[in-house]
Ligand binder design. Structure first.
Ligand code: NAD
Length: 329
């Protein structure tokens, strides 16, 4: 498979590198509005620099990696679907659920394979947890707990165009909650504050939030987010079921511990997503490549992207209105 990469920024470089490293795939073309970014990534992986139209028009390009800013995703997905490409697109599909629905209509009509970058499903620890849960390790799921805290907040300039914490950050946790509950959430109750940086509050967003999701049968998911954790990127999951509890903890820089009379100390947790999810990014690309080669629908799908967005929209409304909100269809 020959790939074209659109957006050679933080995440584009990771996916581009994984395509180049995968045997049987080639990173052929790279497009970025920043000519230097495109040239650097192309030179690093033996690709050529192109523009977006060139990638779409090139009949030798089988798949596109969409890693440009969020507000370009839905247009690029549509262009790629119409051009007959397989599509891997970073989360989110769009910040507007109606726009996502229109985009998925084009994808379905073109029968284009589409996968959305909810990378955490492919983290080896979380994937193993989900597999054991699915195999009945703790019986019927009752409460899913997802803890997700960034080491430090992004610049306030980013907050304004991010879509807000629920759509930008917690969207990953909504997807994880759906993945583990194995039943669609129907309602959400959200609270949020700006305790980390008052400027985030002035920009109309929160940096600290907790959300409860309910399913029709009464299963519950609780999600805790913060834009700051002094000890690194805090990523933990626990699921309580009828027969017990299953959990996956943080990944530390090393597993070395020092014990003295004052107690035990260990290394900080891996600092942020590029380190913590390096394996997940590699494995999600592998899953995309395998699905396209076998002609099966890749997952997480565009529909998964829409479901997570609808929960994020309901959570944003719940936080603003200070009430429980039913999730849209
Ligand atoms: N799944 C994850 O863990 C994860 C992590 C980070 C980012 N993301 C998502 O990936 C996307 C990119 O985020 P990032 O952190 O890599 O951003 P970034 O700013 O580092 O990279 C974006 C790149 O797109 C380029 N670009 C901007 N306008 C363009 C245009 N008109 N044409 C071509 N290129 C253009 C920029 O020059 C930049 O190099 C976002 O949608 C974000 O939500 C997902």
């Amino acid at each position: 498979m020959r790939f074209g990469l659109i957006g050679a920024g933080r995440i584009g470089r990771i996916h581009g590198g994984n395509v180049a490293a995968h045997k049987g795939t080639e990173l052929a073309l790279v497009a970025d509005a920043d000519a230097k970014a495109a040239a650097d990534v192309a030179a690093q992986y033996g690709a050529k620099v192109a523009d977006i139209a060139g990638i779409m028009a090139d009949k030798n390009i089988d798949a596109v990696l969409i890693c440009a800013p969020t507000d370009m995703h839905s247009d690029l997905i549509e262009q790629a679907a119409r051009a007959g490409k397989a599509i891997f697109c970073e989360k989110p599909v769009d910040l507007n659920a109606d726009r996502i629905k229109a985009c998925l209509k084009v994808v379905n009509e073109a029968k284009a394979p589409l996968m959305i970058g909810f990378n955490r499903r492919f983290d080896p620890n979380f994937a193993a947890l989900q597999q054991r849960l699915h195999n009945g390790a703790v019986g019927n799921v009752e409460i899913v707990t997802v803890i997700s805290r960034d080491p430090s907040p992004p610049p306030v300039s980013y907050i304004g165009r991010s879509g807000g914490l629920f759509r930008d950050m917690m969207i990953h946790d909504f997807d994880m909650a759906r993945f583990l509950l194995d039943e669609e959430p129907i309602a959400v109750t959200a609270v949020g504050s700006s305790l980390v940086d008052p400027e985030i509050g002035k920009a109309g967003d929160v940096d600290t939030a907790a959300v409860l999701l309910e399913t029709k049968s009464g299963k519950i998911a609780q999600i805790s987010n913060s834009r700051r954790a002094t000890y690194g990127y805090d990523q933990r999951i626990e699921v309580h079921g009828a027969k017990g509890m299953i959990r996956a903890g943080n990944v530390h820089e090393t597993s070395v511990e020092v014990a003295t009379g004052q107690g035990f100390t260990g290394d900080p947790v891996q600092n942020f997503f590029l380190e913590r999810y390096a394996n997940a990014y590699r494995l999600e690309l592998e899953a995309f490549i395998n699905a396209v080669e076998k002609g099966v629908a890749p997952a997480p799908s565009g529909e998964d992207g829409l479901r997570a967005q609808l929960i994020a929209d309901a959570a944003t409304e719940s936080w603003r209105a200070k009430k429980r909100v039913e999730i849209g269809a």
